[in-house]
Design a protein around this ligand. Sequence first.
Ligand code: ADP
Ligand code: MG
Length: 394
Amino acid sequence: MYNKVTVEDLDVKGRKVLVRCDFNVPLDENGNITDDTRIKGAMPTIEYLVNNGARVILCSHMGKPKGEPVPSLSLAPVAKSLSEKLGKDVVFAADDNVVGDNAKAAVAAMKDGDVVLLENTRYRKEETKNIEDFSKDLASLADLFVNDAFGTAHRAHCSNVGVTEFLKPAAAGYLIQKEIEFLGNAVNNPVRPLVAILGGSKVSSKISVIENLLKKVDKLIIGGGMAYTFFAAQGKTVGTSLLEEDYIDYAKKMLSEAGDKIVLPVDTVVAKEFANDAESKVVEGNIPDGWMGLDIGSKTIELFKDALKDAKTVVWNGPMGVFEMPNFAKGTNVIAQMLADLDATTIIGGGDSVAAVNQAGLADKMSHISTGGGASMEFLEGKDLPGIVALTDK
Ligand code: ADP
Ligand code: MG
């Protein structure tokens, strides 16, 4: 487990603190932010630093400008949003080279509690290659470093990893601490029983997650499109459902190694085609020719509920069906409600799973909603995250 210096361990009064945030927010065609969840997620760290008299220099990437200035991916709208949330002016340093004359002048003019935001770090081609020049440029602006960008923690870039060579100590912000606490404890030190629910479309994209979690969980519930490759491994027919033939042997191996740890669906909502208004019915066991599985059936819902009822920690990644279509969202919604009502630590990871929980209006009933799709997956795979490894040990 990680034991890293945190923002509260730093003496920040009057010091220039460079903070790597995840301000990779979606914009509409007029440059308006359409979802500010990530900005809100960064506020506890920023507010702590402002309230403790630090000189706060914020940086982040947005989108993929591929190493050159792209005006539609400027962080200027983020500066505006931050100013509103903080109730104070956030100075935007509009340098195409991120650390240029504007940034240097803005930092030189800072007083305690002031906030400056740098331009999109991926305007610099060095950023994603972790090339020293840019790390040094960033470090030259500040005295201390805080990383709070969990969403990029699985990447080693200048602004989260390279910079820690030149700015020490490098501390974890509140958001990263929360992710480490919830995901880390769930995987490495869980209150048991620990039950994982895996779903979504593909076995192939979640092999490492299945393997790592199978070693740690008391039960592994498998639903969603990936279940049908396991059906095939059990010798069942799957009709026109999602099937990864190359992974049937793998699924067989998992089933034989896992014993009764793996819980699979026993009935399926099947449809004639991949459409919300398609003709549909519920079948047990085999899926007949010409039908595709799009959701778990009601017997499966009861089976999964039973497998979850005593759980003290639940990790959920991947929807139980095609939740984007209302007629095939029931399995996902009922499981989400079950977790919301459960007296357990509940952790949701994965972009679509988080969207499903939001769609069900249950996000605030979960213990933790992970903010990093790729990063939380790698955490569940048991991999080290370079953005966290690089921080200073306690
Ligand atoms: P996450 O983003 O939470 O990790 P995935 O990306 O692995 O989840 O999977 C989400 C997608 O899986 C959703 O778009 C959902 O529609 C799809 N899905 C779930 N069940 C099925 C199914 N039975 N058939 C086809 N697609 C499915
Ligand atoms: Mg996804």
